[in-house]
Design a protein around this ligand. Sequence first.
Ligand code: HEM
Length: 131
Amino acid sequence: MSTSTDILNLDDVKLLVNDFYGKVRDNTLLAPIFNGVIGDNWPVHLEKMYGFWQTLLLNTPAYSGSPFLKHAKLPIAAEHFDTWIRLFNETVDTHFTGAKADEAKWRAARMSEMFQYKLDYYKNNPAKPLI
Ligand code: HEM
């Protein structure tokens, strides 16, 4: 019998976020990019990401910001997003099943697509400064 439950509370969000960024920090493609920006500020980043996912999945207003701008100048392309999504989906599936788990994967995929469209757009329209 499966013991998986859905993402129901802040402890679940923390488990998801902690485990996911643990995988990111072990990934040879993504780790250098994150570490280059975040350095030894991981606790701050993790707190922010608890708030982000809490806001999306638990309808608790704990994050406000403009995520895309933080990614606009990172050296990232499709392979980075594919890896990010693979690790994120793996993490969700390891711990959770249900509507919120599905929503988490759906939202991550939509954000990833949106980031990539915007990155491509600004790459192809350098006359329009982004930030
Ligand atoms: C190639 C994939 C990705 C990489 C390498 C990446 C990297 C980063 C880095 C380095 C930061 C810290 C930025 C800073 O503090 O200046 C950050 C912040 C953030 N990322 Fe990503 N990210 C990726 C994909 C995503 C996706 C798909 C999502 C959404 C589901 C996301 C959501 C966020 C959010 C909400 C923040 C916090 C922004 C803020 O400071 O308000 N990221 N990311």
